[in-house]
Design a protein around this ligand. Structure first.
Ligand SMILES: [Fe+2]
Ligand SMILES: [Fe+2]
Length: 739
């Protein structure tokens, strides 16, 4: 079957996996990853979620994926072995059988007592809420415009609510959880896992899905397998009673499409991922069932003990001189090995539980309004205490035995051990020192394999932002931009954007009277193509899991989705670029291929601009503000005089103007990307103003405007030369236009 190679790339993009390449990490990245992996499941989960920009996260992810996919870990899944050439229907039939078994278990969980059902739903919540994260960056410069990736991206777009965050799976699941009484903070919140009371096994399963979300280009067969099984089983929807976000027919179609393009090794990898996901989901449902029955059978004393265990670490010195038995409470609650059975045995004999005249006791009164413990326990916890106190006061003295909650721990230890010993052979320790811009570009496109380039990328992007500030002073004279600084207000921003758009980009347009010859037109176009080939890249990593709380995040994602045609290849801007280049007879390897480093069709000049874009996009947290400003600049440049001239020239010579044409309309200022880009900035700064105040708004704004200036910095080279030398700028600004 066709796979990526070093030959010339041609549409359609039929890759089913990237060529297998080693993963390079620096020595320091290696050491940090080892430190991350040695933390417990909760910490690991949080690091993978939070640190999307670091080299060590990618290495930790590589090792986690290897651990879960190792033959040793997968040996339990023999029952799921399918013929090597199994088609989508055969796979679907098998997965349906498993779903039936799981559905019966899940159905019994739905009929448990409300508080037990709530505990079960709470336990599943981390997986339900991160479900689908493996699609977060499956669309990236290295994988576009692949058929498989665009099908997955269409699913991603659907799961994200097609531009309406309130309709996203994440949001709908959260609503369903809340109807069951499970209220959780944002998944990226520091206390998310503790509030979800996540068992180590839940956190570890989450780690696999998060790890995949960090390396989806290299693990495309695995992503497809996980995606199919996770959705076809639909554990979360069975448990919550919600409609499936993607129907089985939809995910089966994607699976069939993938199989049609996959070779033998890709099918093998896909099937391994299918077996793994079946194993994980069986394991998790079994754990939920065990949790459900444990909670249903829990003695009153054990329930009381659980409440105390939950609150004890937070009690600090609050209890002062209060003693139970012969021990100070502050000391007992600070003891990580506190014997809860002994504690409760002593507590039930203490004066705090002795009945008082009003039928209560000191302990119950302390929990009431006005008491020192008012508001500490929620209603359910307080009810548990009251029920227990009533039995104690009625004279019941059962032997107190408290069984520790070890649900899922055996499996969790197996996965933890697999992670600890995981040492994938394709990991290489090396320092990044690209010999030139072409190699750097190649490394940035394939960043999953060259994560050791990340520190270099951050430094280069930051340097450019700093240097671009020269235009804060001189930018007004820009030919296509005005990056001169101004104090922020929404009106000032809209006014500046509108003025640049009309005065510098649209109104100067007059049709060309003379059309340059064919070679000159092609040459001009080749100075643009490198950046066209990475269209949308500047925002392809924004709005990932844990970063979609701000309105600006989903607005940015909507622009990116437009750039990728919402997964419709005919509307995908990378497809349009290849069509346009094809019409000019330009043949190139794909940018993901090593052979692209030696391409001779596109000149060297635009590499700096493309590299800056790829550098900044890898840091969607660190350079969020700069990306917002850059987004405005680049979207604005999509419309106007330059495009219109290019269209005229392309048409004249019979070349395909589809790329230029698409941008004329989609990037306009009435409702297109340019307008949206300005709205995004206003929305973001509005949020800052409301939470942190106006002074912070101006600081944040300055960084946003640096992002705008960094785009102008490449576009306005004649102006910058003039500033540097104090001489006149070239009349022909276009002579230096490189994007
Ligand atoms: Fe575009
Ligand atoms: Fe655009």
């Amino acid at each position: 079957m066709p796979t990526t190679s070093d030959r010339t790339f041609d549409l359609p993009d039929t890759i089913a996996s990237l060529p297998e390449r080693p993963f390079e990490f620096s020595r320091s990245g290696w050491d940090r990853a080892a430190a991350i992996l040695s933390t417990g499941p909760d910490e690991l989960f949080q690091r993978l979620l939070h640190e999307q920009e670091s080299e060590s996260t990618l290495l930790a992810s590589r090792r986690i994926i290897a651990a879960f996919l190792s033959p040793r870990s997968a040996s339990a899944a023999q029952a799921d072995m399918l013929p090597e050439d199994a088609g989508a229907d055969t796979i679907a039939a098998h997965v349906t059988t498993v779903r039936r078994v799981l559905a019966a278990t899940i159905d019994s969980l739905r009929h448990l007592e409300p508080d037990v059902r709530e505990a079960v739903a709470r336990q599943r919540a981390p997986l339900g809420l991160l479900g689908g994260c493996w699609l977060d960056v499956v669309s990236q410069p290295a994988t576009q415009p692949s058929i498989v990736v665009n099908r997955l991206f269409a699913h991603h777009w659907a799961q994200r609510g097609e531009g309406n965050p309130q309709g996203s799976v994440h949001h709908l699941r959260r609503g369903a959880l809340e109807r069951l009484g499970v209220y959780l903070p944002d998944i990226a919140a520091a206390d998310f896992l503790s509030r979800a009371q996540a068992r180590p096994l839940t956190a570890l399963h989450g780690c696999l899905y998060l790890a995949l979300s960090r390396l989806p280009a290299n693990f495309l067969p695995e992503v497809v397998g996980v995606h199919y099984v996770f959705h076809a089983l639909g554990v979360d929807d069975l448990l919550l009673g919600t409609p499936p976000p993607l129907s089985e027919a939809m995910v089966r179609e994607a699976l069939a499409e993938y199989l049609a393009l996959a070779g033998r090794s890709e099918r093998r990898r896909l099937q391994a991922a299918i077996r793994l996901t079946l194993t994980l989901e069986r394991e998790h449902v079994a754990m939920l069932a065990e949790l459900g029955s444990r909670r249903s059978e829990l003695s009153l004393e054990s329930r009381v003990a659980e409440v105390i265990a939950r609150h004890a670490p937070l009690a600090g010195r609050q209890h002062g001189a209060v003693r139970v038995g012969d021990r100070l409470l502050s000391e007992a609650f600070g003891d990580p090995d506190l014997d809860l059975a002994a504690f409760l045995t002593a507590f039930r004999e203490s004066g705090y539980l002795q009945p008082s005249g009003d039928g209560t006791c000191r302990f119950i009164r302390a929990m009431k309004f006005g008491g020192p413990m008012f508001g500490i326990f929620d209603e359910r916890e307080a009810a548990t205490f009251r029920a227990w106190v009533a039995t104690v006061q009625a004279g019941e003295r059962p032997r107190i035995e408290i069984s520790a909650n070890t649900v899922g721990d055996e499996q969790a230890e197996r996965w933890s051990a697999a992670i600890a010993r995981s040492a994938p052979a394709d990991v290489v320790v090396a320092e990044a020192s690209p010999r030139d811009d072409r190699e750097l570009f190649y490394r940035l496109v394939n960043i999953e394999n060259f994560a050791n380039t990340l520190p270099l990328a951050a430094e280069r992007a930051a340097r450019c932002f700093e240097e671009a500030e020269v235009l804060f002073t001189h930018g007004a004279e820009g030919r296509y931009t005005d990056a001169s600084y101004f104090d922020y207000s929404p009106q000032a921003l809209y006014e500046r954007a509108e003025r640049v758009y009309w005065d510098k980009l649209v109104n100067p347009y007059e049709p060309l009277e003379e059309i340059p010859d064919r070679d000159e037109v092609i040459f001009r176009q080749t100075t643009y193509h490198l950046t066209y080939l990475i269209d949308g890249a500047w925002i392809h990593r924004t709005g990932n899991l844990g970063r979609s709380e701000r309105e600006s995040d989903s607005m940015l994602f909507a622009i990116y989705a437009d750039e990728m045609g919402h997964g419709d290849l005919r509307k995908n801007h990378i497809t349009l670029t290849h069509l346009a280049m094809g019409s000019m007879g330009i043949e190139l390897p794909h940018i993901r291929d090593a052979a692209f480093m030696a391409q001779v069709e596109l000149p060297d000049q635009p590499y700096g601009f493309a590299i800056q874009q790829l550098c900044m996009c890898l840091f969607p947290d660190r350079f969020y503000n700069e990306i917002l400003g850059y987004n405005l600049a680049i979207e604005m440049f999509g419309a106007g005089e330059v495009r219109l001239h290019e269209i005229q020239k392309l048409r004249h010579h019979g070349f395909d103007p589809c790329y230029e044409q698409a941008h004329l309309t989609i990037d306009n200022f009435s409702a297109g990307h340019t307008r949206q880009a300005a709205d995004i900035i206003v929305s973001y700064l509005d949020g800052i103003g409301r939470t942190l105040g106006d002074a912070v708004v101006q600081e944040e704004w300055r960084r946003i405007w640096r992002g705008y200036a960094s785009f102008a910095y490449f576009l306005e080279q004649p102006l910058l030369k003039k500033v540097a030398s104090g001489s006149e700028a070239s009349d022909d600004a276009m002579a230096d236009l490189v994007i």
